[in-house]
Design a protein around this ligand. Sequence first.
Ligand SMILES: [Zn+2]
Length: 370
Amino acid sequence: MVKHSSILKMAGLLIFSGTLCSVSSFIVPSPIDHLSANPSLAACSLQLAASSPLAACRLQLAVLPFPPKQKPSTLRTIIIDPGHGGSDPGTHGLISKEKDITLAISLKLGRAIAEEFPDLKIVYTRTTDVMPGNTYTIRDELNARADIANKAKGDLFICIHGNSDGHTAGRYLAKRVTGYKWVGKGRRRRKRPIYESYWVTNTRIGTETYIWKADRSGFKGAAINQNDENMGENMGDSTNSAIDMTSPEAQIKAQLYEKKYFANSALFATLVQNEFVKAGRVSDGVGQRDEGIRVLQATGMPSVLIETGFLTNKEEEEYLNSEDGQNEIVRNIVDALKTYKDTLEGKNTGSGDSNSSAPAAGGGGTSRRR
Ligand SMILES: [Zn+2]
């Protein structure tokens, strides 16, 4: 004989699976933050409960977190994360260090967002030249950034960086083969290349916005579960804190959020790149890095890493250091945020600027720090 508690458990799982099917179908193509506003979600749960032999358990099931209450969520807290800091300088340009540029742009970005959206709360991971969280190693520093973001219950994480093409800034020495010479005698005689050194000007320029790589998203699920209070709030369910976060139910919930966060991250990243293109910048588009980006994986919220330009290119470094350049980058990100916010709130009428295209898989494949 099957125990009543087992029936309850099975029915709960059935409802969660049903929710998964109905929610994932609208989350992926249309990354809108209205999980709780989906009518098919409640309908699916009710249908499952009524048509199954477990209908008797329907009343008791009402105490489970699904279906969530109607509570459309929107942007409330933005985390701004200036890359590097303190003893971690990031990339070196000819006239500047990455940590200083990322801080200058981030502070301007915070001020511009506060002006444009006075209701939004802005949390910085650092506002001075330090490693966030009084840390001393890059690994701890990255964890501290994610912790600050998760504790602040951020709804969007914006990480600001400057790029390097892997060579020294400005120009670098390269070697090429100009001919061959014979060396050695007898059986040891062999051909050796003759090299010539020459200067190569560092021409790589442009912007790129990263989201976390999909096959690494298990980490994101863990972060979402850690951030369980936030998840419960977003689900519109204040009783959620009583749930065991290692349970199958919690894991299914984390998967739902992972999909939504991925879609929203891709949407915001695409909007940012669209604005850069409109401003005449070179765009490498939206990428997913092959190497893990700890800070993106560890935040339980949609998150992007914006490479604002190459410090290794002389002209682009000058642009990144200039007031006009920094203001333009900030304006581009704020404009993208406006479209993103409108889309989440269902205000976007689809003017064409907000088209979300799938991020390029695999990333650019060039060497970058993070
Ligand atoms: Zn960087």
